[in-house]
Write a protein that binds this ligand. Sequence first.
Ligand code: SAM
Length: 391
Amino acid sequence: MEFELVAPCHFGLEACTKKEISGLGYEISSVTDGRVCFRGDELSVCRANIGLRTAERILIKADEFKAETWDELFEGTRAVAWEELLPRDARVWVANATSVKSKLFSTRDLQRIIQKAVVTRLQAAYGISGRLPMDGADYPLRVSVYKDQVLIGLDTSGDSLHKRGYRKHTVKAPITETLAAALIMLTPWNRDRILIDPFCGSGTFVIEAAMMAASIAPGMERDFTATAWQGLIGRRCWMDAYDEARDRAWAVDRAGLSESLSIQGYDIDEEAVRFARQNAELAGVSDLIHFQRRDIRELSHQKPYGFIITNPPYGERIGEREELPELYRILGERYRGLRDWSMYLITAYEDAQRYIGRSADKNRKIYSGMMKTYFYSYLGGKPPKRGEADR
Ligand SMILES: C[S@@+](CC[C@H](N)C(=O)[O-])C[C@H]1O[C@@H](n2cnc3c(N)ncnc32)[C@H](O)[C@@H]1O
């Protein structure tokens, strides 16, 4: 079956998700704020859920239509051939509804009316006069209304895709896994280059980077709402997609990689370092990352051309704000001591550049939930190409 699929993603980082989807070989149909749409079949649903690092979830677009009244919403929803998507015993419900700049703004009513329209359609299609059994697999719907345009998607993921399953322990204010992955992708870091997160907390950046280096698919160890479906997406598709992901990871020479890869996570907090180690273990990359309790004051490295990708404190703990000027000053000082390194940091601290002591080469505003943050890029040198080095 051919689907139009929707991948909601971080607002402002759609280009990363688009690139990932194109990399899987699928045709992009549109990119809008916080959402990338593409065409695919049953196998694409499985591959996207298992393999995309930056998407929040994968929806099958059931329909998109204009509705300015509750009647139009009801009729538009009822017109969808729900019986082609949902079995007789589907436990269908509207898990989430949002409305922006639209006449229909009550999300509770959106949920109620869409639910009623879907049930009405299924009762007629399956010849059921009373209540639907609703005792089968889960089929959650997610609805977004923007400028009176209603999009109803059937959620194939369930738990958001940032929940890879490895982050059992977190520190205060961890970055989401999907955002960390997208930010790494925005940098030119690759597995041949040194990577340090000197404020690693629960280890998200370094774990995501190690998973990329080792070709470990983010969804390889978890399941999804649609894995329990029968019919629409068969068991075979899921097994094929999991197998493909495993084959890609197994094709990597792990011993060679752990020799050559240089990824380090440091934090001043002993407990954070312990958590990060445990998370890396769960993610299957503990052999690829070196964790250590270390103060930013001790950051140094002999080799040139490395990368810092990090999320320093920004005042999220009580009493921390007063320490920020000194902390960022030290970060700037330590960074300047690293030869030809690049530094990328995401922070909500408005005075970061001032105390680092240098304006960033690039600055991108990124919303992390409702919080405005900045992603600063300090560009370092590039290693000479092999031929040039020999010269
Ligand atoms: C915003 S959190 C990082 C969260 C992390 N990105 C994650 O996903 O879990 C900032 C971290 O900086 C650490 N930290 C604070 N002061 C530090 C210092 N002087 N040197 C090294 N780490 C420090 C804190 O312990 C905390 O874990």
